[in-house]
Design a protein around this ligand. Structure first.
Ligand SMILES: NC(=O)c1ccc[n+]([C@@H]2O[C@H](COP(=O)([O-])OP(=O)(O)OC[C@H]3O[C@@H](n4cnc5c(N)ncnc54)[C@H](O)[C@@H]3O)[C@@H](O)[C@H]2O)c1
Ligand SMILES: O=C(O)C(=O)C[C@]1(C(=O)O)C=C[C@@H](O)C=C1
Length: 303
């Protein structure tokens, strides 16, 4: 595999940044990796794992050696990180990111770096864990990576970023940022909101103890607890950054939930069965397409 970039910089060495570093080491071993994290502790932990070729808690002149910088920080921290690195960037450096929402991040990056070549990306792959220890090299294999360049984006730069993600095993798709945010609001953001809600509701129940919730959390509820363990800062930022699309999807969800409530109240078994039959078919077509990696796997081991 030819390497799209001789040197890259990864800013934020948590789950996604460290997974990129590991995947680059495996798939593009000649690529030099400059690692950045504002936390000295995270830099030290990343160094102990030998993830990068250099570790920095602050940006310096070495950043200009990177042909691509990938911002792997929470979406609410993208502007701060971009502003801090601005004085050290080369004009040719491609700026990319992995943020879970795209429109707000693009606005933040364009305003912090008005002259930069920007190619936003979102690898639709992750787990409920955070930090450099939780990353793994195979995270992106067979998963989608969505690029959301605007009409100012450089075609050659988009091709290089696509080639980079393909080298890490991802399938690349290009989409408008606003459309991305609408799709992900229903496929990723709303499910997280529902999981956070249901686990909170169960733990607040009077007459049911916390230990009973844990002890009898079989099947469905247990699946929700994995998602509800996802990083609080990352998800706070996702909901605040993709507010409009999430509120739109939440409105539709509430209406559908009310319809189900009514069907249960008035014993409309046929309505319940029709919906459940439709949703079962969706799950089965996901499995048929070989995308059944959404299953919870509590003892998951990664390489
Ligand atoms: N976790 C997932 O499942 C997942 C999947 C796809 C995309 N994403 C996106 O990836 C990004 C990172 O998520 P993660 O799960 O790797 O988070 P993480 O918490 O594991 O890592 C984030 C790292 O960024 C560092 N950081 C924060 N602000 C910084 C700054 N201003 N400068 C430098 N470093 C800074 C933190 O110290 C931390 O080490 C987020 O934008 C998220 O939306 C996450
Ligand atoms: O599998 C999980 O734990 C995830 O939440 C991963 C997941 C998703 O919702 O699919 C979460 C946020 C990302 O932006 C991309 C992937």
């Amino acid at each position: 595999m030819s390497q799209p970039f001789a040197t890259i910089a990864i800013v934020g060495l948590g789950l996604i940044g460290s997974s990129i570093a590991r995947a680059v080491r495996q798939a593009l071993p000649d690529t030099r990796i400059l690692g950045y994290d504002r936390s000295g502790d995270v830099c030290a932990r990343a160094q102990a794992l030998d993830l990068c070729d250099g570790y920095h808690a602050e940006f310096g002149p070495e950043l200009a050696e990177a042909q691509m910088v990938i911002l792997c920080v929470p979406v609410g921290a993208m502007a701060v990180a971009a502003t801090a690195m601005e004085p050290h960037l080369s004009a040719q450096t491609i700026i990319s990111d992995v943020g879970s929402c795209k429109a707000s991040v693009l606005t933040a990056l364009r305003s912090a770096l008005p002259q930069a070549v920007i190619v936003p990306a979102h690898p639709v792959a992750g787990t409920e864990n955070s930090g450099p220890e939780s990353g793994f090299a195979s995270l992106f294999k067979g998963r989608w990576c969505i690029l959301t360049p605007d009409d100012r984006a450089d075609v050659e730069a988009c091709g290089k970023v696509a080639a980079f993600w393909q080298a890490l095993g991802a399938n690349v798709e290009t989409m408008d940022a606003a459309h991305h945010d609408l799709v992900l609001a229903v496929t990723s953001h709303l499910p997280h909101l529902i999981a956070y809600t249901i686990v909170g509701t169960a733990s607040d129940l009077e007459g049911v103890t916390q230990s009973e919730v844990i002890k009898y959390s079989a099947g469905g509820f247990r699946d929700f607890t994995r998602i509800a363990a996802s990083d609080p800062v990352m998800w706070r930022d996702v909901f605040l950054s993709n507010k409009d699309a999430v509120l739109e999807m939440l409105q539709r969800f509430s209406e559908d939930l009310s319809a189900l409530q009514r069907a249960i109240r008035w014993d409309k078994g046929d309505e319940l069965e029709a919906l459940f039959t439709r949703t079962r078919a969706i799950r089965r077509s996901i499995i048929e397409q070989g995308q059944d990696d959404a299953k919870p796997d509590f003892g998951r081991t990664h390489q």
